[in-house]
Design a protein around this ligand. Structure first.
Ligand SMILES: *[C@@H]1O[C@H](CO)[C@@H](O)[C@H](O)[C@H]1NC(C)=O
Ligand SMILES: *[C@@H]1O[C@H](CO)[C@@H](O)[C@H](O)[C@H]1NC(C)=O
Ligand SMILES: *[C@@H]1O[C@H](CO)[C@@H](O)[C@H](O)[C@H]1NC(C)=O
Ligand SMILES: *[C@@H]1O[C@H](CO)[C@@H](O)[C@H](O)[C@H]1NC(C)=O
Ligand SMILES: *[C@@H]1O[C@H](CO)[C@@H](O)[C@H](O)[C@H]1NC(C)=O
Ligand SMILES: *[C@@H]1O[C@H](CO)[C@@H](O)[C@H](O)[C@H]1NC(C)=O
Ligand SMILES: *[C@@H]1O[C@H](CO)[C@@H](O)[C@H](O)[C@H]1NC(C)=O
Ligand SMILES: *[C@@H]1O[C@H](CO)[C@@H](O)[C@H](O)[C@H]1NC(C)=O
Ligand SMILES: *[C@@H]1O[C@H](CO)[C@@H](O)[C@H](O)[C@H]1NC(C)=O
Ligand SMILES: *[C@@H]1O[C@H](CO)[C@@H](O)[C@H](O)[C@H]1NC(C)=O
Length: 554
């Protein structure tokens, strides 16, 4: 390749060119490590000054004196305050949970962002902040014309799992038109006199156009139980309610394709399944010929769940997931597939059925036909209305896959699923996405659904353990000490920390992050001791086996 350059060798120009080209190649290779690079990426650490670095290495900027919080709001102490929680769980000691902006009156963040579709992520740590009692946090959050949260009782939401000290995470998708700004407004409930609003962190990340929103020229996708097609319009907002790497490990935001989406394990939501059939292929070279490479991380397409290895097993059950969702909304469901088992190469090798909300979504699902071949990822979209008589209640949305009963139709009577994403679609009449607060939790013995042929109760244990060195003492201590060290000029040279994300529990709770942080500084060693912290998300575990400690509120 180098020989084919028309330039004569050994000229300075040649060397300059060589250098530039080399540099260019390096730059390109760095950028191509993640299939998507977001245009806008704002990480706002609310109630804080200056920059701070989160465990994953990303820099969060303080909202105080920032361009996102109008100056008058920042200065007016009655309008909003910068506070640190009185007590912090290990998760909450991390950026951005350690500090909060709190107010008894409405406050607005104003984000100058480019036009296009964005993720908005909200991080809350309901705790008592100074004189603000934990139970008095009751507020609404609006983003542009959309109501993201309404009458949101933060402490109740975090406690719905019976574990106080939890953090709350929410993810939304909105489309920003040209010349529009993104305003996010927090309003304390007008019905309760001393209620207040608070926020710990706001993240805004742009997404590739039409990743979830329907392209103008597309007709749309299958609308379960209806004859027409459905499309996600620019005038709607979405809330991520679930995002799973089916049959695989959880995937942390930094391992995503550049949009910082977290993908959780699906185990807790399985209703009918067989733990023995978790095929994976970690050597296959995926070919993104049908869907863009940023659709989902490769891990999602390299792991799956299937039904079984003989007709009796395969035909005896539907592999079923049970997802509690708010009634009174339409839901957008994206199912990810990839055939990576070497024997499935042709259409009709593995043909199966997909059921959504107890209705047949696909009678002849055929991943090879959809994707074009083995090792080629593909996804399919569906919309489903979930309206029940009991509004304002959680109801179960079932997603199931089952084998084709007619032997002659397919080579393998089996089914496969690699990934699931479920979004709530905003109400087209009023832009609402907010659901009711959860019911207060009463401690009752758990109802256990015995898993089919489960021989592996250890592996399916649901309690996630958080391990952090330097935890409880938390950010406050660390920052005070850090400040002192900084003041006295005794800089730590060895402050090298590495974080290993192994579990990220997804849309509902960040608290189950299992993160092992190794820090070599003497400061950190002095503060450090391992913390074992078990937490549950507010969507209840469907626990199995004797280790069950969960509750089933729904
Ligand atoms: C904080 O981080 C932002 C973005 O990473 C950077 O532009 C800014 O200069 C930083 N500010 C300080 C005070 O370090
Ligand atoms: C939605 O908005 C995006 C830009 O934000 C634009 O590229 C796209 O064409 C719009 N879609 C429709 C259906 O108008
Ligand atoms: C939030 O819910 C908790 C638990 O049910 C309750 O004690 C508290 O009063 C509620 N807060 C408000 C402001 O309604
Ligand atoms: C956003 O907020 C700014 C400042 O508060 C205001 O000037 C602007 O009109 C608002 N924009 C929208 C679309 O609400
Ligand atoms: C994947 O691609 C790499 C590099 O192109 C090659 O070395 C490897 O053999 C391929 N693996 C498979 C399973 O085809
Ligand atoms: C993974 O896929 C490659 C390429 O199709 C195949 O050669 C290999 O046997 C597969 N591995 C497993 C464990 O299925
Ligand atoms: C099915 O798989 C199980 C577990 O891998 C194995 O023990 C059993 O022998 C297999 N049965 C057949 C018929 O292949
Ligand atoms: C799978 O679910 C469908 C729809 O609910 C049902 O008709 C079918 O009988 C189920 N199959 C099995 C094996 O349970
Ligand atoms: C839907 O399917 C699930 C799982 O198979 C079942 O438990 C539930 O009763 C079904 N609901 C209705 C309304 O048929
Ligand atoms: C059942 O599924 C397995 C893959 O998990 C497949 O190997 C087997 O051939 C299927 N059984 C039948 C009868 O097709």
């Amino acid at each position: 390749m180098w020989n084919s350059f028309p330039l004569p060798p050994f000229t300075p120009l040649y060397l300059v060119f060589f250098f530039l080209l080399h540099h260019l190649i390096c730059t390109v290779s760095v950028e191509s490590s993640s299939p998507y690079t977001s245009i806008d990426q704002i990480l706002l650490n609310c109630g804080s000054f200056g920059n701070s670095t989160a465990l994953d290495g990303r820099t969060w900027i303080g909202d105080a004196n920032s361009k996102f919080l109008p100056l008058e709001q920042s200065l007016n102490n009655h309008a909003s305050l910068t506070l640190i929680a009185a007590r912090q769980s290990p998760t909450a000691a991390q950026v951005p949970f350690a500090t909060a902006r709190i107010s008894l009156s409405t406050f607005t963040y104003d984000f100058p962002v480019t036009a296009g579709q964005k993720f908005i992520r909200l991080y809350f740590y309901p705790a008592s902040y100074s004189d603000f009692d934990r139970s008095k946090a009751l507020f609404s959050v609006r983003a542009g014309p959309f109501t993201l949260l309404s009458n949101f009782n933060a402490s109740l939401t975090a406690d719905a799992d019976g574990d106080s000290g939890d953090t709350i995470f929410r993810e939304y998708c909105v489309n920003i038109e040209e010349d529009q700004r993104l305003n996010i407004t927090f309003t304390p409930s007008p019905t309760v006199s001393d209620s207040y609003a608070f926020i710990n962190g706001i993240e805004i990340v742009s997404m590739p156009p039409n990743l979830y929103y329907t392209r103008a020229e597309d007709q749309g996708f299958s609308f379960i139980g209806q004859h027409n097609l459905y499309s996600i319009k620019n005038s709607t907002a979405l809330e991520t309610v679930y995002r799973f790497n089916v049959g695989g490990r959880s995937i942390s935001p930094t391992e995503d394709t550049g949009m910082f989406r977290g993908w959780s394990q699906d185990d807790k939501y399985l209703k009918e399944y067989n733990v023995l059939f978790l095929p994976f292929n970690d050597t296959i070279n995926l070919s993104f010929a049908t869907v863009p490479a940023y659709a989902a991380p490769e891990y999602v397409y390299r792991t799956a769940r299937t039904l079984g290895n003989d007709t009796d097993i395969n035909l005896s059950y539907n592999l079923t997931w049970e997802f509690p969702v708010d009634s009174g909304f339409y839901y957008f469901i994206r199912l990810h597939f990839c055939e990576f088992q070497p024997e499935i190469v042709q259409p009709s090798d593995r043909r199966f059925r997909i059921f959504i909300a107890n209705q047949t979504a696909e009678k002849d699902a055929d991943v090879i036909l959809w994707s074009g071949g083995n090792g080629v990822p593909v996804y399919k979209d569906y919309a489903v209305p979930i309206f029940t008589k009991e509004r304002d209640k959680k109801v179960n949305l079932y997603i199931a896959i089952g084998a084709e009963p007619r032997r002659w139709m397919t080579s393998y009577q089996d089914a496969i699923m690699n990934g699931i994403e479920i979004f709530k679609i905003s109400d087209s009449s009023n832009g609402n996405l907010a659901g009711p607060n959860p019911d207060p939790i009463l401690v009752t013995p758990p109802t256990i659904e015995p898993p089919k042929q489960s021989t592996n109760s250890k592996n399916s244990r649901r309690t996630t353990i958080f391990v952090a060195a330097g935890g409880v003492t938390g950010l406050i201590m660390a920052s005070i000490l850090g400040f002192l060290i900084f003041r006295t000029g005794k800089k730590e040279k060895n402050l090298s920390c590495s974080t290993d994300w192994t579990t990220w529990r997804g849309p509902f709770s960040l608290s189950t992050t299992k993160s092992t942080k190794t820090c070599r500084s003497s400061l950190w060693v002095a503060l450090s001791r391992p913390i074992y912290y078990a937490a549950e998300s507010q969507i209840q575990d469907i626990q199995d086996g004797e280790e069950s400690q969960g509750l089933r509120p729904y």
